[in-house]
Design a protein around this ligand. Structure first.
Ligand code: MF3
Ligand code: CO
Length: 262
């Protein structure tokens, strides 16, 4: 069952989303060679709690940290630790915040210093794929219109979609219906309607789409060792079209990270 939110509830979710964006900005500004992912996690947790909010991920099914930090060939759910960032790395950071009973969920893949042109193209493609998916989050469309748009934007430039991981509805719970695959024929699944709030999150690989779960039972990496990117927004479907909730006034993650505008 897809839970639709009232306008008031969407305003509350926008406050959660704003905190997600501000947390990602804080992390983006702290990223540099030599910083460990555990340090980024501590920074995020302290900031989120200072705002009267909770890091949604911490304790979720036993997850031990406040953010996910997944370097290079790691796709998602990397547990922060003593991994020290190096020039040329990419780092996917996923943040969940619960404020006033509602969850905001967002992710951004940051370059560490100068990265290879092919890595940059991967990040740019994933950002474009996310925007293409968000554009389809309109009442009257069907769910897989989002999926199809993400797939087209990813495979056109020659990258692959991770098929075993999906986006999701989000609200009072981090994971609500529906599941949102990042590939598929358009025009399938439930009809979209105003009040639905969706976490749209393409996860794309430079090589094969295949992934595996590490022994820690959380971290997921590409099987062939190729780079992977992950961008995510929480989006509300409104009568005026899609509204991105994981954004904040004055916060421009692309500018912070040195990626091209957009
Ligand atoms: N944003 C992720 C998701 O959509 C994060 C969940 S990771 C966990 O599933 F640590 F919270 F489990
Ligand atoms: Co999510």
């Amino acid at each position: 069952m897809i839970i639709r939110k009232s306008e008031q509830e969407i305003e509350r979710m926008a406050r959660s989303g704003e905190l997600v964006a501000r947390t990602l900005a804080l992390i983006g500004n702290a990223i540099e060679p030599g910083v460990t992912t555990a340090e980024l996690d501590a920074l995020a947790e302290e900031f989120i709690r200072s705002q009267g909010a909770e890091p949604t991920f911490k304790g979720y099914r036993g997850y031990p940290a406040s953010i996910c930090a997944s370097p290079n060939s790691m796709v998602v759910h990397g547990i922060p630790g003593d991994y020290s960032l190096a020039e040329g790395d990419i780092l996917s950071v996923d943040v969940g915040v619960t404020l006033n009973g509602f969850v905001g969920d967002g992710a951004f893949t940051f370059p560490v210093g100068e990265i290879d042109p092919e890595a940059r193209r991967l990040l740019d493609t994933c950002r474009v794929a996310l925007v293409a998916g968000v554009e389809q989050a309109r009442s009257g469309n069907r769910l897989t219109d989002i999926s199809h748009a993400v797939q087209q934007a990813t495979e056109g430039p020659g990258f692959s979609i991770v098929r075993t991981l999906v986006g999701h509805g989000v609200g009072r719970a981090m994971h609500e219906d529906p599941q949102i695959p990042n590939y598929g024929e358009p025009g399938r699944g439930p009809e979209l309607a105003a009040g639905m709030t969706l976490a749209i999150e393409p996860m794309i690989n430079a090589g094969s789409p295949d992934v595996f779960v590490h022994d820690d039972e959380w971290s997921i990496s590409t099987t062939d060792g190729s780079l992977s990117a992950h961008f995510e927004h929480t989006v509300a479907i409104t009568t005026k079209g899609p509204r991105i909730l994981t954004t904040a006034p004055g916060v421009d993650l692309a500018a912070i990270s040195g990626l091209s505008a957009g």
